[in-house]
Design a protein around this ligand. Sequence first.
Ligand SMILES: Nc1nc2c(ncn2[C@@H]2O[C@H](COP(=O)(O)OP(=O)(O)OP(=O)(O)O)[C@@H](O)[C@H]2O)c(=O)[nH]1
Ligand SMILES: [Mg+2]
Length: 298
Amino acid sequence: MTDQYDPNPLNFESEIDSDRVRRQDIDREDIPYQTLLPQKTDGKPHIAIWGTNKAGKTTFMVALYSILNELHDAYRWIMVPEDDATADWARVLQAAFVEYGLFPPNTQPGVHRVLQFAMVDPKTQVKEFHFTYLEAAGEMFENPRAYSKLYGSEYPVDYLLRCDGLLVLLDSNDFRAVTTVLDELYTTNNNQLITIPMIFALSKCDLPDLRSGFEGSKQAEALAYKTLQRQLAGYIASRVKDAEWCATSAIGFEDGKPPNLFRRFDGRMSIRDPRLIRPRNVAETIERLADKIRARTP
Ligand SMILES: Nc1nc2c(ncn2[C@@H]2O[C@H](COP(=O)(O)OP(=O)(O)OP(=O)(O)O)[C@@H](O)[C@H]2O)c(=O)[nH]1
Ligand SMILES: [Mg+2]
């Protein structure tokens, strides 16, 4: 599956080593609450979601929250907000999504929220891992180093390296933010292959041209290289040891039917019939990532 190693096959300029903002350079007490990234305090694994601008990260989180908390019998965990702000965020967006078919509003520049959930086994009430979504506008995802300097936050890539599993969500329009963060993860990791299990998930695969991605991981990978850029394969392989692809859709679809979408009067996309929302490969993707983490734990 891999192209030959080329350190910069896509010819993106690399500003990696200059003037890096490192975690140890920042006094945590100086960091505003909203941009204080989680520490690993209870020994439980951390999973985080990263992705390109407008890839559907917020919608993925809302869909995940919604199915895990409504269909607990079908999945391994319930998803419990770890603080009041996360609970309010999830409740409001979930209601808009499942009741009114509204996608979350765009994340505004300058707004930061560290949303943290515990994934809890509903039978034993044991917390199995933390799931974090750094809700910030594209500025953080496109240039995490500039973001942390601008807002005096911890360098987000340092948090990603503390994680035990990463979900990278991307749609077919843009993958640059992924290559940026992979470069930063790689150099922050002393130019060593990143060994944290990563799942690269193509979002919005309810769109008819993308539905073949649900046939399996290999099909999702082939679709990704077709819709994104073929060289991405070698690029990822040169930085990440354990990468797997999948297709996802936060809204789902009925086989043979058009997407459950319509364009509103204001030009935004909306969900035509919220009663037909059936997230596909959303919770399953997190289960897969959890399995990969478990397989590595001695
Ligand atoms: N077809 C389809 N479109 C989706 C899906 N999820 C999100 N979208 C579309 O993608 C847009 C962006 O989704 P968001 O969840 O806001 O994406 P984001 O990555 O959080 O965006 P920013 O935080 O603003 O970078 C939505 O407004 C929808 O139009 C999905 O499952 N299927
Ligand atoms: Mg968002």
